[in-house]
Write a protein of this length. Structure first.
Length: 597
């Protein structure tokens, strides 16, 4: 890896331990180090934000506003500079980067990138920006286990196997949720159940969770009425409309994040290193707006700023009015979208749970206002504790809709809160939200983020079954790195460049000097004409077939077969002359073979 000197385990240590024994031993070490890193990251963000808020709160109102506008903006600027010039992989949540490294780089993530992620993530979220710590914790821990794997093993498969170990340990320590850590890795990264993978992950998860509980305490992340028990009642049917609402709002959140991120990436006048600062400023404005709108109605201290678990606690305890819940839902939604889309360093787990909790609180408050119906309708709620239950249901449903790991969404609420009595309505609401979101957006948010960054998904086993993969956009399997010929050159010049670059393909896109697509020419056509023939002559009268990046694989395949084309250029829907990539029938066949295999 860049900037790292290759070191490996001494031979005498290899001879004393078998491969399996070394793997278990390294998983224990990985769990210990990941637990310590996760706790340090948690404390860094917590204490940094507490210090910031205390400093702002102790000043006069004008300075209070200035501090809470300047801090997230400055953090965004520092993150932008760090990402642009030192650590490009430190932007976003870290989970897409972990997936890309696992499948495209053999699980190798540089330890240096983990250090940068720790520093930039602590600054960005600790200075008030509205993202979470769990995704970055995964990236940090996977960088640690990747370094251990490269030191301890020569077998590339063993090195790669350390990535899911780091991911599981990171989630377990960050959420104090060991079972959820295991299910999340299988649902998001591995996409299949393997006893071989499970063994090492369990060892690391147990160790990391033990470290976290020793240093941070045994209590769940959210003390969500742990002692309250909810008996199965008719009011729990509210999980169905709540699941519907979460599915629609979660889909809107994903589309807003992807759309806004695409907008930021296309703004050439806005330097990439400056974009996170604009998101930080927007977060400051939205956070202060929420504070001014809600301070007369209750304590919404740091709800939009930073992680915001304090507000979830308040929602559980019925301390927030419907007006406060609605303001926090709307402002947090916008702040997270702008923070993430502009290139900030932070995750989506905590914000997703926050949004779901606020949505559930609103629904629960409305339901609690009808408590007088309990006198006529059997098993209808007659007390206010229903609000806390709805907060839990909303958290689970929103997590299922946005993160799209249905089993993890069930288990994580139980582990985070220590409350199991809502498991039945939680299952119903989560599955409904997940199905709605999946129907509206077949590509999950982490895979969609990779696609926006030009990372091919052909090697990710994220889609099983012909029906699912055929609905994917061609952007998920096309080649982004395209070797194009120039319309202004001769055939001899083109063949010379092809030979020098060792780019021997069946056909090539042809572009103008401006980069606009001019046509497609086959290698057979290049060889069958005199070398001094201008490229432009062979393109005269050509009927060009193109597809856009969001065309489904099924539709693209049908068009190519109907015209007997082996390959097509992929162009922008907004500009049919802008070449984005290259799609071949071999790409489609490889995807089909991967699915059927």
């Amino acid at each position: 890896m860049s900037g790292e000197k290759r070191r490996s385990l001494p031979d005498w240590m290899r001879s004393r331990l078998s491969d399996a024994q070394r793997f278990v031993a390294f998983c224990v070490v990985a769990g210990l180090l990941c637990g310590l890193a996760a706790v340090a990251f948690h404390l860094a963000i917590h204490h940094l934000f507490e210090w910031l808020w205390h400093e702002a709160e102790s000043r006069d109102p004008k300075e209070f506003v200035i501090i809470l506008l300047a801090a997230p903006t400055l953090a965004g600027l520092l993150v932008g500079i760090g990402v642009r010039f030192f650590a490009p992989e430190a932007a976003g949540s870290g989970i897409p980067q972990t997936k890309a490294a696992y499948y495209n780089k053999g699980g190798k993530i540089s330890f240096r990138s983990g250090l940068w992620r720790f520093l930039l993530g602590s600054l960005y979220v600790g200075f008030g920006n509205s993202l979470g710590r769990e995704g970055p914790t995964v990236h940090i821990c996977t960088a640690i286990t990747s370094r251990i794997g490269r030191w301890g093993f020569r077998d590339p498969a063993r090195v790669q196997s350390m990535a899911p170990v780091g991911m599981a340990a990171g989630i377990a320590a960050a959420f104090n949720a060991p079972l959820s850590a295991l299910t999340f890795v299988f649902e998001e990264l591995l996409d299949n159940f393997s006893m071989k993978a499970l063994g090492g992950m369990v060892v690391a998860v147990v160790t990391a969770a033990a470290v976290s509980r020793t240093l941070l305490g045994e209590d769940p992340v959210l003390s969500a009425h742990v002692a309250v028990s909810y008996k199965t009642s008719a009011w729990m049917l509210v999980a169905l409309p709540l699941g519907l609402a979460a599915g629609l709002i979660g889909h809107g959140f994903v589309r807003s994040t992807l759309g806004m991120r695409k907008w930021f990436m296309s703004r050439r006048f806005l330097p990439s290193w400056f974009r996170p600062a604009t998101g930080g400023l927007a977060c400051g404005v939205l956070g202060l707006t929420a504070w001014f709108l809600t301070r007369e109605m209750g304590d919404a201290r740091n709800s939009v700023f930073s992680i915001g678990y304090d507000s979830l606690e308040a929602a559980f305890e019925n301390k927030l009015t419907v007006q406060i819940l609605a303001v926090l839902l709307g402002m947090k939604f916008l702040a997270v979208v702008l923070n993430y889309a502009s290139g900030g360093s932070g995750g989506l787990f905590s914000p997703t749970l926050f949004l779901g909790g606020m949505l559930g609180g609103i629904v629960g408050a409305g339901l609690a206002n009808l408590h007088h119906l309990g006198e006529w309708i059997p098993m209808f709620p007659t007390d206010q504790k229903v609000i806390g239950g709805c907060v839990l249901l909303g958290m689970g449903a929103m997590f299922a809709a946005v993160i799209r790991c249905p089993f993890t969404s069930l288990i994580i609420i139980f582990e985070m809160t220590g409350n199991y009595s809502l498991i039945l309505p939680l299952m119903a609401g989560n599955m409904l939200a997940w199905q709605i979101a999946k129907k509206l957006q077949p590509v999950t948010i982490y895979n969609a983020l990779l696609m926006q960054d030009g990372v091919t998904l052909r090697r990710l086993p994220a889609y099983r079954g012909a029906q699912d993969y055929r609905k994917l956009p061609v952007q998920s399997i096309m080649s982004h790195d395209v070797f194009a010929l120039s319309k202004e050159e001769t055939l001899a010049s083109a063949l010379k460049r092809i030979k020098a670059s060792n780019k021997r393909f069946h056909a090539y896109p042809v572009t103008l000097e401006s980069g606009e697509l001019a046509g497609v020419i086959t290698r057979h056509e290049l060889s069958d004409h005199p070398g001094d023939t201008p490229m432009s002559k062979l393109l005269e009268g050509q009927q060009l077939l193109t597809v856009t990046a969001d065309t489904s694989i099924r539709d693209a395949a049908n068009r190519m077969i109907a015209r007997d084309f082996q390959q097509v250029p992929v162009v922008s829907a907004a500009d049919p002359k802008k070449l984005l990539g290259w799609l071949t029938l071999n790409d489609i066949a490889r995807q089909q073979n991967a699915v059927e295999g």
